[in-house]
Design a protein around this ligand. Structure first.
Ligand SMILES: [Zn+2]
Length: 297
């Protein structure tokens, strides 16, 4: 047994599809190849978009594929107190501030800037409330809370697959949201709190999340938490070359044919096809992953 602890953290906004199975399989194989533990965390912090029924389906799909959490799955919806404590810490240290910008104000600020924005890129928050609210606090309007990103240098980290990475969070993202005005804590805050609370040493997840890593490392620094190692796995692209997602109609995996679904995921990870029983295939892939650990990661 090593100190390795990995996790797979799906959001129950849709069932498991071919793309999310790649991340699940990679994180499971990495944990097994290191002789470590593998945990499943249900990231249902964005309550309006998540459903307990989908969480149940995802756990069932994983278990049909032979991927079972070593500890009972954690649900972010039950952990608000911890997220609030972290937010309070940041506020007390002047690293978070309230924001009363409306969507319209944010959009107007962006239409003023001439810089073209790449598709799907983050909109950089212009920092309008950094030095105080614009006066609407007296209206009892619900406030969002944002992280201050002007404290440090650009964040650098080494991804186990993508290599050296760097992001200037202030310039490329801006002061990002920690808690929305509707009370939901942000993905960034919840992930950082939970990875630390669960003692996660290795985050293995889809490459679409790579660009969140700098924000998470920044929060880890601000909260005095350790930074795990990161490995971002290749994405599965749909026919239009966009990442598979529930939004663009990705099909749920067929958990009555788990080995076929796993073979498809293995192919994306550059692993050879395997036959036989589910457990034979999985342990053969653990062997393949181990070999790769020695050469690539
Ligand atoms: Zn604001």
């Amino acid at each position: 047994m090593t100190g390795y602890r990995g996790r797979f953290a799906p959001s129950p906004t849709g069932a498991l599809h071919a793309g999310s199975l790649v991340a699940a399989l990679a994180s499971w194989l990495d944990a097994r190849a290191h002789g470590g533990q593998w945990l499943v965390r249900i990231e249902d912090v964005d309550r309006p978009r998540c459903s307990p029924e989908l969480a149940r389906i995802i756990l069932q799909q994983l278990s049909a594929c032979g991927l079972q959490s070593d500890l009972p799955p954690l649900r972010q919806s039950s952990r608000s107190d911890l997220y609030q404590q972290a937010l309070d810490q940041l506020v007390a240290r002047h690293l978070a501030y309230p924001c009363d910008c409306t969507r319209r104000e944010l959009e107007a600020a962006h239409s003023d800037t001439a810089t073209p924005r790449p598709r799907n890129a983050e909109r950089v928050y212009p920092g309008a409330c950094r030095n105080g609210l614009k006066g609407s606090a007296s209206n009892n309007k619900p406030l969002a809370w944002r992280a201050r990103t002007d404290a440090g240098k650009p964040i650098q980290w080494k991804d186990r697959r993508l290599g050296a990475q760097e992001q200037d969070v202030e310039r490329e993202v801006g002061d990002f949201v920690l808690q929305r005005a509707d009370g939901c804590y942000s993905y960034q805050l919840a992930v950082v709190v939970d990875d630390a609370a669960q003692g996660i040493t290795d985050v293995v997840r889809g490459e679409d999340l790579a660009n969140n890593t700098a924000r998470q490392i920044l929060l880890q620094h601000q909260l005095g938490l350790p930074t795990p190692r990161y490995l971002h796995t290749p994405l599965v692209l749909g026919p239009n070359q966009e990442k598979l997602s529930k939004q663009n109609g990705a099909q749920s995996i067929d958990s009555t044919q788990p080995l076929a679904a796993l073979n498809q995921a293995a192919l994306v990870l550059g692993l050879p096809p395997r036959e036989g029983s589910l457990s034979q295939a999985l342990s053969a892939w653990v062997g393949d992953w181990n070999t790769r650990l020695k050469s690539v990661f």
